[in-house]
Ligand binder design. Structure first.
Ligand SMILES: NC(=O)C1=CN([C@@H]2O[C@H](COP(=O)(O)OP(=O)(O)OC[C@H]3O[C@@H](n4cnc5c(N)ncnc54)[C@H](OP(=O)(O)O)[C@@H]3O)[C@@H](O)[C@H]2O)C=CC1
Ligand SMILES: O=C(CO)COP(=O)(O)O
Length: 316
């Protein structure tokens, strides 16, 4: 498929929250025309997608299925790629955002955009890198061209599932990392946690269809490092707050914006139980979020697990 080679393309960005606004600014910085849509803006989806060369969704997970459904009713020309930048899992169906978009728009190229991209840093025009991944490489290259600039280095990938799951699963680990820092467990503990977490992400991520090497890239390890080491991350702040004795309800109220890791943990544990995949770190995050244990008990449970080799033969 050939995509338009225009100096100025028209992009529709769905979701005017922190990430949608930052992505709109990045593409606007490259001279493209941006139509931003959000419930809070009060414009209609019909007018927002009119004339779009590319549609970007940066809607929180809880709004993806409904918005994709509405857009399906409206209809968009077949060649227009849909870029999904949401990092989460659907609570009802356990699907990833790209799976939802693909089911509703089977004839459209679907591109996943994900990487270590804390929006507050991007808004300050600090340099960053990200990945655009698709089964349709021409569509990934089209998205790469529209977003790449001196502010954002954009890499392509042919592994949308691995790219999407890296960004999604690391949010659970960011909660664990916030707990680790909140309890002041030290750098040894944090290094052990993140390294074992990467093994866990690869175990479940490859089971669900991602490629191992993708989890060592920007959208996996890269995003995990960014999110697990920054108080700009809302998921990290959830874990940090829990370690400091706050309730989840108070933490989420104080955040006032999306921390996808909370819902993702619940969905991930449902998947892991269904598929019988061991996810010990995520399991402790789940028990903590659901008030089954306190942060110190979560640490003890991880330290007291059965002794075993670092790698199973079938891993990597
Ligand atoms: N912030 C960041 O640094 C990054 C965030 N992401 C991911 O992007 C996604 C959005 O995050 P972020 O922008 O930070 O979150 P925000 O809370 O700032 O914004 C959420 C956006 O989702 C929209 N939304 C929520 N529920 C619905 C719904 N039911 N129907 C339609 N729209 C809905 C909101 O609409 P409205 O405006 O009308 O309220 C808003 O535009 C998340 O999946 C997040 O993980 C990915 C990379 C970086
Ligand atoms: O995904 C992100 C950075 O890449 C944003 O992280 P939080 O959603 O935890 O703020």
């Amino acid at each position: 498929m050939e995509f338009p080679d225009k100096e100025q393309a028209t992009l529709t960005v769905l979701g005017a929250g922190a990430w949608g606004s930052a992505l709109a600014e990045l593409a606007g910085h490259n001279g493209h025309k941006i139509n931003l849509w959000s419930r809070r803006l009060g414009n209609t989806l019909e007018e927002a997608v009119e004339g779009a060369d590319l549609i970007v969704s940066a809607i929180s997970m809880k709004g993806v299925a409904a918005t994709a459904g509405k857009l399906q009713e409206i209809g968009i020309p077949d060649h227009v790629p849909i870029v999904t930048a949401t990092k989460g899992l659907d609570a009802e169906s356990t699907r990833t955002p790209s799976q939802i978009w693909h089911e509703d728009f089977p004839d459209h190229p679907i591109v996943v955009l994900s990487g270590p991209n804390l929006s507050a840093e991007i808004e300050r025009h600090l340099p960053a890198a990200t990945v655009v991944a698709s089964a349709d490489m021409a569509a990934a290259e089209f998205a790469q061209k529209l977003f790449a600039s001196s502010l954002l280095r954009v890499y392509t990938s042919n592994d949308p599932m691995g790219t999407e799951l890296g960004g999604t699963l690391k949010n659970v680990i960011a909660i664990a990392s916030g707990v680790c820092d909140g309890l002041e467990l030290g750098i040894n503990a944090k290094s052990a946690l993140l390294t074992r977490a990467l093994t866990e992400m690869i175990r479940i991520g490859t089971h669900l269809g991602g490629q191992t090497e993708t989890f060592f890239g920007l959208s996996g390890l890269g995003d995990m490092l960014a999110t697990c080491n920054s108080a700009l991350s809302r998921n990290y702040r959830v874990g940090y707050g829990l370690a400091k004795g706050k309730t989840l309800e108070v933490i989420l109220q104080e955040l006032g914006s999306t921390a996808e890791g909370v819902n993702t943990t619940n969905v991930l544990i449902a998947i892991a139980n269904r598929e019988k995949i061991p996810v010990p770190i995520s399991e402790e995050v789940y028990r903590l979020l659901n008030n089954e244990i306190n942060p110190q008990e979560a640490v003890e449970a991880l330290m007291e697990r059965d002794l075993k080799p670092e790698f199973h033969e079938q891993e990597f």
